[in-house]
Design a protein around this ligand. Structure first.
Ligand code: BG6
Ligand code: MG
Length: 214
């Protein structure tokens, strides 16, 4: 019996990948190389610092830690300037209905995101109040596929991991959910998401009857 749903944020509740892309691309261009949408795929679900390392690898650039910190901060400032303009109409189709259904049925809701900007995004889209617990990049020390973010979510809700289901759009997130001993539903295409209980393109056809795992 599922007692809680844990949601990744970026790529599940909202499509922020497009803003990450613009901000990383501007940084790459400034450093003198190009950064494509295909490159951006590699950054989904990946932490800010690790994303920068991948970007620098693509550009063939090596920098010291101090410079990397500066660049990560610069990218984040740019990214935040975009998410500050986000509005509730950017919530992905079907998400809000599904959250309402969960609440009505007494199923708890938590956020499990790698992003340090998660609280700002939730505020911008007006969804903060829907979450019984918010675990984000500010409260975890180990990145997905480590299960920390989801285990902390289950603990905050006082629910056993086996009674939780995670919604994730990144392979590292699916693995994090599995490592936590939870059920997991992939959001996206099955070709890119292995080891989920099932994969669906989005929340438009989702309803709580699909939360029956045996
Ligand atoms: C994840 C995104 O949710 O958060 C990644 O999928 C991002 O692309 C990561 O790098 C960290 O986000 P932030 O907002 O703390 O830089
Ligand atoms: Mg994601």
């Amino acid at each position: 019996q599922i007692k809680a749903c844990l949601f990744d944020l970026d790529g599940v509740v909202v499509d922020t990948a497009k803003y990450h892309f613009i901000a990383w691309k501007e940084l790459a261009n400034e450093l003198g190389f190009d950064f494509t949408e295909a490159d951006n795929e590699r950054l989904k679900g990946v932490s800010r610092v690790r994303s920068l390392e991948i970007l620098l690898e693509i550009g063939g650039i090596e920098l010291d830690e101090e410079r990397k910190e500066q660049l990560a901060a610069q990218k984040n400032e740019n990214y935040v300037s975009y998410i500050r303009k986000m509005k509730p109409d950017e919530i992905l189709p079907g998400v809000e209905d599904f959250l309402n259904q969960l609440r009505k049925n007494g199923i708890l809701i938590a956020l499990g995101s790698a992003s340090k900007n998660a609280p700002l995004i939730l505020k911008q889209i007006g969804l903060t109040h829907m979450f019984d617990a918010i675990i984000d990049g500010n409260s975890v020390s180990k990145a997905k596929p480590d299960p920390e973010v989801f285990l902390k979510g289950a603990e905050a809700l006082n629910v056993k991991p086996t009674d939780c289901v995670v919604f994730e759009d990144a392979q590292a997130g699916i693995e994090a959910a599995r490592n936590a001993g939870m059920h997991v539903i992939g959001i996206g295409h099955p070709d890119n998401l292995k080891n989920a209980d099932f994969v669906m393109p989005g929340f438009e056809d989702m309803n709580i009857d699909k939360l029956n795992f045996n």
